[in-house]
Design a protein around this ligand. Structure first.
Ligand code: ZN
Ligand code: ZN
Length: 414
């Protein structure tokens, strides 16, 4: 049985509501919807009401309007940001509403714009949204993100195809990677999430005090906090005990490395699309957990600005393991989009750590979290380091060295 595009879109919308955000009867849903993806956003609204939503509040995102400001507003006017949608999110977060974001981004949207102004606006946004980001990273409410193609993105991913074919192929790829084309997508997701849960359980039981990475251009040791906690796949909202999956797709298990214990060099295995700029061919050197050197073939200035955002931006907030054989990696496609590319590969992130990655981190004060090894920052940016040439060892409390990954695949279990 082969499904029509409309049938697949319908399943995708349903998956986002049921498996992604895990919407409950009577819950309010804040739906951040890209105007470019309006047909999918409207389908999601229908599925949400069918699932029992009391109110679905659509907050439309429009990249073209955002771009117009950078193009035409006077440079000395960038001292404030639009706040209507932001205020709605802050209020909904306070209320415990669910959040679903349907993103449709042009990866090069801001490429030609002044990086000083771009990072300044990003900083103002992050500061304004901080109380809300805390609820998100702290998994206080149930939330999820899914993506929809736009022509500029599709043509970047498939430059050799006609614009129509590129859009069609990107949709097909997203459907396949999100298991939408399988007989029973919800059952396929249950099986997949169970597998992630078993890897997570293994790493939590081992509680390695160090992770050692070896790959071409990479020789890195990450010290782990005493009370590390590995997550991945399903999450449970602390506020109201709802199962949700924060990202569609998701292939990673992740935790927080100790903010002061990264030593060595790590080389990115894929380019990073950040703030509308492509940062490519880069490596970072760490001492005492801090980035002390950045080398990049392109986008070096933007990356350096990023890690100067604040003190925590030059330290690591996430360590994530993804088998090289994950469907995204197997597709061999570079998506220029972190939601997909981060699931293709083992990765790290500079900036904010997820509070639940340290046991009881959600309940700690900022100082306690920092003392436990957790990093804090306004920013959180993932970059890919995994490949089929990557080996990772874990060092146990008693000093034994055990294989975690060999040639990019998990070396334990199953
Ligand atoms: Zn990640
Ligand atoms: Zn991340």
């Amino acid at each position: 049985m082969s499904l029509s595009f409309e049938e697949k879109l319908d399943r995708y919308a349903e998956l986002a509501v049921k498996v992604g955000v895990g919407l409950q009867k009577g819950q309010r849903l804040m739906l951040r919807g890209a105007v470019e993806a309006a047909p999918l956003v409207r389908l999601v609204v229908e599925k949400a009401y069918q699932a029992g939503a009391s109110v679905v509040e659509v907050l439309w995102d429009d990249e073209a309007s955002a771009l117009a400001r950078y193009r035409f507003a006077a440079p000395d006017t960038f001292n404030s940001i639009p706040t209507a949608a932001a205020d709605a999110l802050l209020k909904g977060g306070e209320n415990g509403d669910a959040l679903l974001a349907i993103r449709a981004n042009d990866p090069d949207l801001l490429a030609g714009q002044n990086p000083e102004i771009v990072t300044k606006v990003q900083r103002m946004n992050m500061e304004y949204m901080q109380p809300f980001s805390r609820r998100i990273t702290g998994k206080e409410i149930n939330w999820s993100i899914a993506a929809a193609p736009v022509p500029a993105w599709a043509e970047k991913v498939f430059p050799d195809l006609t614009p129509e074919d590129a859009m069609a192929k990107l949709w097909e790829t997203i459907f396949r990677i999100c298991r939408v084309d399988q007989d029973d997508p919800v059952a396929a997701w249950t099986k997949h999430l169970d597998k992630l849960a078993s890897w997570r359980a293994h790493l939590n039981a081992k509680a390695y005090r160090e992770l050692r990475y070896k790959a071409p251009g990479t020789d890195l040791i990450l010290g782990m906090p005493d009370n590390q906690y590995w997550m991945g796949g399903r999450s449970v909202s602390s506020r109201n005990d709802i199962d949700f999956v924060a990202n569609l797709p998701t292939e990673e298990v992740f935790s927080a490395p100790h903010r002061e214990k990264a030593e060595g060099v790590v080389t990115a295995s894929k380019p990073l699309s950040y703030a509308g700029t492509l940062i490519d061919d880069f490596s970072l050197t760490f001492e005492g957990g801090r980035v002390v050197d950045v080398k990049a073939g392109s986008g070096e200035a933007i990356f350096k600005k990023l890690i100067e955002t604040d003190e925590g931006a030059s330290r690591l907030g996430e360590v994530a393991l993804v088998p090289h054989s994950s469907p995204i990696s197997a597709s061999g496609i570079l998506f220029y989009n972190t939601l997909f590319d981060e699931n293709a590969s083992c990765h790290l992130a500079v900036g904010k750590a997820y509070r639940p990655c340290i046991v009881d981190g959600v309940k700690m004060s900022d100082d306690e979290f920092k003392a436990a090894g957790g990093n804090d920052s306004l920013t959180h940016v993932d970059f890919m380091i995994g490949s089929e040439e990557m080996d990772i060892d874990g060092v146990t409390e008693s000093g034994e060295v055990e294989a975690i990954m060999r040639a990019g695949e998990f070396a334990f279990g199953d």
